[in-house]
Design a protein. Structure first.
Length: 53
């Protein structure tokens, strides 16, 4: 408990980081969602795979 009182900002940032990653992994993006999938398709340009909407 003394550690929590000594470093309150550290625990706030750790809590926010844990919540952020929990939400990132909890959200399931459907395959038909074009905006996020479009970003993933841009990464495939190096392998010469192109997709058009």
């Amino acid at each position: 408990m003394e550690y929590l009182k000594k470093y309150p900002k550290l625990f706030q940032w750790l809590f926010l980081l844990i919540v952020f990653f929990a939400l990132c992994f909890a959200i399931d993006v459907p395959e038909t969602y074009k905006f996020i999938r479009g970003q993933a398709n841009l990464l495939k340009i190096q392998t010469k795979v192109f997709t058009f909407f």
